[in-house]
Design a protein around this ligand. Structure first.
Ligand code: ZN
Ligand code: ZN
Ligand code: ZN
Ligand code: ZN
Length: 355
């Protein structure tokens, strides 16, 4: 039995769509619907994602209450022994110092207290959703929780729900802390990156333009901004922003840092086709191969972009196709023949070989 969220009467009845909220009657549900509507859609998305993590049969011993459970949730320190009830993990999370909803740290709730790393997969999402529910009613806390939940939903492919949460939390931060507060800036960049991922480069660019320049988040935001500008065909501005990002990343993080390499291949794509673009791509690819290995997914992504950019000019077509064939073979081996990245490579290769 749970309390009806409207009148408090104890009930077994739940919202038929999300089954996460309790309503004792149709009247109570109707009264709450205007406010529950958005949350209901998000609950349904969460439930959909969590279904993918449900184990088929196996059971293990919960590391909190020591009883049997079928919910497997991992952290790096427990590996295959990481069985835990979500309710038990939630009780542990509540005792984390500073964690929402008691404190203000939305990530502390999601960290294993033994190994200090974020929980993995289904458990991370389930805990994050529970934190978000418990923050309901306190606008600022809910904004923190929503920002965390948006990031998880995005990584599970629920872009639309993530966008809704991200927009709302940015509004609240901006109203509460002001437009120039660091938290608002972080929310702005997170929203811009979601918009870019959803194909809305124009609105993303408008947000990136106002984002701060400093530090690692600043460099990351600049690279994404340059990518967005390129998508919109504003190559002159994209080149300027891209060069700034690359320069700052080299200075602050070094030649072989992940972000420096990302900035280098982003600039290469903006400058293509040109000799400088080719040189940058060559360098980025060589470094990736050395630092991450030739079959790493980021290495393969750079190789793919380099190959397609080579193949757009008649002079580079042969080299481009050869590089793409090699990349495709490596992807088949590492990701499998039916992985989306492998399928994408197959489609690009087919297009180039025909044209
Ligand atoms: Zn009621
Ligand atoms: Zn509902
Ligand atoms: Zn348990
Ligand atoms: Zn752990």
């Amino acid at each position: 039995m749970k309390a009806c969220v409207v009148c408090g009467a104890m009930t077994r009845k739940r919202c038929g769509r999300c089954s996460a909220w309790s309503f004792c009657s149709i009247e109570c549900q109707k009264a709450e619907w205007p406010r529950h509507k958005e949350a209901c859609r998000i609950e349904a998305a969460i439930a959909g994602c969590l279904r993918r993590f449900e184990p088929k049969r196996s059971m293990g011993q919960c590391w909190v209450c020591l009883e049997e459970t079928s919910s497997h949730g991992g952290c790096s320190c427990r590996g295959d022994a990481g069985w835990v009830h979500v309710a038990c993990a939630t009780r542990v999370a509540r005792t984390s110092p500073g964690a929402l909803p008691g404190g203000m740290d939305s990530e502390a709730w999601l960290v294993c207290k033994t190994c200090k790393q974020l929980y993995a997969g289904g458990l991370e999402l389930a805990l994050c959703a529970q934190m978000w529910r418990e923050c309901c009613g306190d606008e600022v806390k809910e904004a923190y929780a929503s920002a965390s939940l948006a990031a998880r939903l995005r990584s599970h492919g629920c872009l639309r729900e993530a966008l809704g949460l991200s927009r709302k939390s940015r509004q609240v931060f901006s109203r509460t802390f002001g437009a120039n507060h660091e938290r608002t800036h972080m929310a702005t960049v997170a929203l811009a990156s979601l918009l870019a991922g959803a194909g809305n480069a124009r609105e993303a660019c408008a947000l990136y333009r106002g984002a701060p320049v400093g530090g690692i988040p600043g460099i990351e935001a600049r690279i994404q901004y340059a990518d967005c500008l390129r998508t919109l065909g504003e190559t002159i501005e994209a080149e300027k922003v891209g060069r700034e990002a690359l320069g700052e990343s080299e200075r602050c993080l070094g030649q072989d840092h992940d972000l420096t390499l990302a900035a280098e291949s982003s600039l290469a794509a903006t400058l293509a086709p040109s000799e400088e673009s080719e040189a940058l791509f060559e360098d980025a690819l060589a470094r990736r191969r050395r630092v991450f290995g030739p079959d790493h997914q980021e290495t393969l992504a750079v190789a793919r972009n380099f190959a397609t950019s080579l193949a757009t000019a008649a002079a580079g077509k042969g080299r481009g196709i050869a590089l793409l064939r090699d990349t495709y073979r490596r992807s088949q081996r590492t990701h499998g023949a039916n992985h989306p990245r492998t399928l994408d490579l197959a489609a690009v290769l087919a297009r180039l070989e025909i044209s």
